[in-house]
Design a protein around this ligand. Structure first.
Ligand SMILES: NC(=O)NC(NC(N)=O)C(=O)[O-]
Ligand SMILES: [Zn+2]
Ligand SMILES: [Zn+2]
Length: 406
């Protein structure tokens, strides 16, 4: 890849990330104004470069360079355009713009592909606004999605979706959900410390963890902070804190590889001199063995149920479940050979983050390429990857797409 091409990639990453100016980190929550502007920008770049651009009902964008010999065989690359709240500059976006750059590199160096090359910018992967994850790739692959969901401000998924997708109907863009590809390759930052700690340049992903997300609701009784005796309270926050501490301890004991995170909590009425009457909190738990997740889910249900009493009612709702996923061995082996040939130091590893590749792998041969995350930080504004590593990832993807589509 030339310096001009690397500069172009950096410039595009900077352009999309600049949309969150004045905010802490990136806030491209699905269907938000910054999300709409970002997906519009990707579409405009695609149109300028002569791609056939299609947008589906969920706002996922497909940009094709039709194959000259086998246009019906589709080699796809891409990732998601959304971020978590206060997220980083590369999670998802690198796979979209790195994929675009790889295809552009090929068009410049070897011309039109024999098979169709497709870049996919998935609408939503993070599950950060509405209570479901991977809705972009789930819609593409025909998996069920709960359309009746709302965000924390009460905005319905359907209203947000319709409003946003209408704004992507730019002149020259087709509407529809195109046929599935023969292969899918996702370039992504590692989001953890393994590559950087071992001074490795590339990670080739063998599998992706299983993941479950829950909301726990604790209903107590709101009352006066000064006049209610300590032994006559139904304090929902005190109960929530006990539950979290208990579950965290159980997670540590159950298995070393199990992760347990409470990242979101709402307290009502959330004021200093009122005993909290209602608390909800999230649980995100992951492991690469489904049996451990089953076991921990049982523990969650038991702990939550057993802790309630006559004045405090607890309930738990699981709203997301994604299975442990093994990615394609042949594509991984092919990418390993390319990495070796290019002289990149690499390892094969399991992903602790969820990815659209999990969903795509159910319907097509799927592979992932990781590049190092500086200090292993992700889902935070400090998320970063060196220019050299960004470059190596795109070079490997370019070679891989070349091998597959020409
Ligand atoms: N690449 C990601 O950060 N994915 C995240 N999002 C989902 N849906 O898994 C996550 O939390 O791991
Ligand atoms: Zn993420
Ligand atoms: Zn991601």
């Amino acid at each position: 890849m030339t310096t001009t091409q690397l500069n172009q990639l950096s410039h595009r990453i900077g352009t999309i990330n600049a949309l969150s100016k004045g905010e802490v980190g990136q806030n491209r929550l699905v269907y938000s104004p910054t999300w709409i502007s970002a997906q519009q920008q990707v579409i405009n770049w695609g149109l300028q470069l002569g791609f056939d651009v299609t947008v589906d009902d969920f706002g996922t964008t497909y940009m094709d360079i039709p194959g000259t010999v086998h246009p019906d065989q589709i080699i796809a690359a891409g990732s998601h355009i959304d971020t978590v709240a206060q997220g980083g500059r590369f999670d998802g976006l690198y796979g979209v713009l790195g994929g675009l750059q790889a295809i552009e590199n090929l068009l410049e160096s070897v011309g039109r592909p024999k098979k169709t090359l497709r870049l996919i910018s998935f609408s939503e992967e993070e599950g950060s606004r509405f209570p479901d994850t991977f809705t972009g790739s789930k819609h593409y692959t025909g998996q069920p999605i709960n359309l009746a969901m709302t965000d924390p401000n009460g905005v319905s998924f359907e209203d947000a979706r319709r409003n946003a997708v209408a704004k992507l109907k730019i002149t020259g863009v087709k509407s529809g959900r195109p046929e599935l590809p023969s292969t899918f390759t996702e370039l992504h930052i590692e989001q953890g410390p393994r590559l950087i700690d071992h001074h490795l340049q590339i990670g080739l992903v063998t599998s992706i963890v299983g993941q479950r997300r829950f909301t726990v609701t604790v209903k107590g009784i709101a009352n006066h902070a000064g006049t209610t005796p300590m032994d006559e309270r139904a304090d929902a926050l005190e109960m929530a804190v006990t539950l979290i501490s208990d579950l965290s301890q159980q997670a540590h004991q159950l298995d070393k590889g199990l992760t347990f995170t409470v990242g979101e909590m709402h307290i009502s009425p959330n004021t200093s001199n009122v005993i909290p009457g209602l608390v909800t909190f999230s649980i995100d738990t992951r492991h690469n063995n489904e049996a451990v997740l089953d076991q921990f889910e049982q523990i969650i249900n038991q702990v939550v149920e057993r802790s309630q009493d006559t004045n405090i009612i607890n309930s738990v709702n699981r709203w997301a479940k994604s299975d442990v996923t093994h990615l394609d061995d042949q594509l991984l082996a092919a990418n390993q050979k390319i990495a070796d040939r290019l002289g990149f130091s690499s390892t094969q590893l399991a992903s602790g983050a969820g990815h659209d590749s999990q969903i795509m792998a159910k319907v097509t041969r799927t592979t992932m390429i990781f590049v190092p995350s500086i200090n292993g930080i992700s889902h935070a504004p400090e998320e970063n990857t060196s220019q050299e590593d960004l470059l190596r990832g795109v070079e490997l993807l370019t070679e891989s797409l070349h091998q597959q589509a020409y």
